[in-house]
Write a protein that binds this ligand. Structure first.
Ligand code: SF4
Length: 265
C-alpha cells in the first residue's frame, strides 16, 4: 500500500551508466523502506531497514508503469529492476517485467540476490526477463553469513541448487555477479569455479565495492552515487586491485571457458 507522500515519489530513476548493461533506466519495485533478504556489508543502500524473505506487493504495477511513461521515449539500452532492495520480493514481479516490455519495447534486466530462486513462481516471473544477473558472493556458508548476512532460513546449498534449476528454465542472458571484498584463497576459488562450471552462466561479472555505503538508508543511493557527490555520511570500502580481479577472471576463464567481465578502476 502506498503512503500519501508516495504521490510525489518516483519508482523510476536514472538513467544510470551501468558497466554491466550500458545506459540503464532503473525500476524500484520496493520503494521507500529498503527491504531485502540480505543485509550485505557493502550494500550501497546503507543498512537494510527490513530484512525478510517474505514476498509482498510493495508498489502497484500500474504505478510503476505510470512513472515509466514520463520517461518516454526511453533512450536507454535496458530497463533494470533493482532499486531499494531485492526485486524478487515483489509479488507482482512478473507483471512488472511484462508491463515494462510491452510499454517500452526495451530489454528488461533483473539484478537479484538469488535467495528466492527456490520458489517456482519467482523462477517463472524471472524467466520473462531478457537478462538476469544472479548474485553469488560466497563459495562457503561462512562467507555467505559474513558478507551477505542473510535473513533466517537462507542456505548456500539451496541457493546453488535453485540457480542450477533456473539456468535450465531460462532462455535469456544469464550472468552471475560476484562481489570480491578481499582476495579469495585457493580453496574458495576452486569451489567457486566448480559451481560456475555446473551453473554455466553466459557471463560472470566480478566486482569490488566502488560505491560508498551510506550510514543511513538514502534513496539517492539507488543510482550511481560516488563518495564525492553525496550530501550524506558514507563509509567507503577498500577495494581489491585490478590485478586481483584480472588474475581471478583469467583463472575462471581458463577452467570454464565462461566469459568474465570486471570494471577497471
Ligand atoms: S542483495 Fe543487494 S540490495 Fe540486498 S543487501 Fe545485498 S547489495 Fe543490498
Amino acid at each position: 500500500m502506498l503512503a500519501q507522500s508516495d504521490s510525489q515519489f518516483s519508482f523510476v530513476y536514472g538513467p544510470v551508466k551501468s558497466w554491466r548493461y550500458g545506459r540503464s533506466l532503473g525500476i524500484d519495485p520496493i520503494g521507500r523502506v529498503s527491504t531485502c533478504s540480505f543485509d550485505c556489508v557493502y550494500c550501497q543502500l546503507g543498512a537494510i531497514e527490513r530484512v525478510t524473505s517474505d514476498r509482498a506487493i510493495f508498489v502497484p504495477t500500474d504505478r510503476i508503469l505510470q512513472d515509466l511513461q514520463t520517461y518516454a521515449p526511453w533512450d536507454v539500452d535496458v530497463i533494470t529492476l533493482s532499486g531499494s532492495g531485492e526485486p524478487t520480493l515483489a509479488l507482482n514481479l512478473g507483471d512488472i517485467i511484462t508491463g515494462i516490455g510491452t510499454l517500452t519495447g526495451k530489454p528488461v534486466a533483473v539484478l537479484t540476490n538469488s535467495t528466492l530462486l527456490g520458489d517456482a513462481s519467482v523462477r517463472q516471473a524471472l524467466a520473462s526477463a531478457d537478462k538476469v544477473s544472479l548474485k553469488l558472493d560466497a563459495a562457503s556458508s561462512d562467507r555467505l553469513r559474513r558478507v551477505n548476512r542473510p535473513a533466517p532460513g537462507i542456505a548456500l546449498d539451496e541457493i546453488l541448487a535453485a540457480a542450477r534449476q533456473f539456468r535450465s528454465d531460462f532462455s535469456g542472458e544469464l550472468a552471475i555477479q560476484t562481489m570480491i571484498l578481499v582476495p579469495w584463497d585457493e580453496g574458495d576459488r576452486a569451489e567457486y569455479i566448480e559451481q560456475m562450471r555446473v551453473i554455466s552462466p553466459d557471463e560472470i561479472q566480478l566486482n569490488t565495492p566502488s560505491r560508498p555505503k551510506p550510514l543511513q538508508h538514502e534513496l539517492d543511493a539507488r543510482g550511481n552515487h560516488s563518495a564525492d557527490d553525496r550530501p550524506y555520511e558514507v563509509r567507503t570500502f577498500r577495494q581489491v586491485s585490478d590485478r586481483v580481479l584480472h588474475e581471478f577472471s583469467e583463472e575462471i576463464r581458463a577452467a570454464t571457458g565462461i566469459p568474465v567481465r570486471y570494471p577497471s578502476h
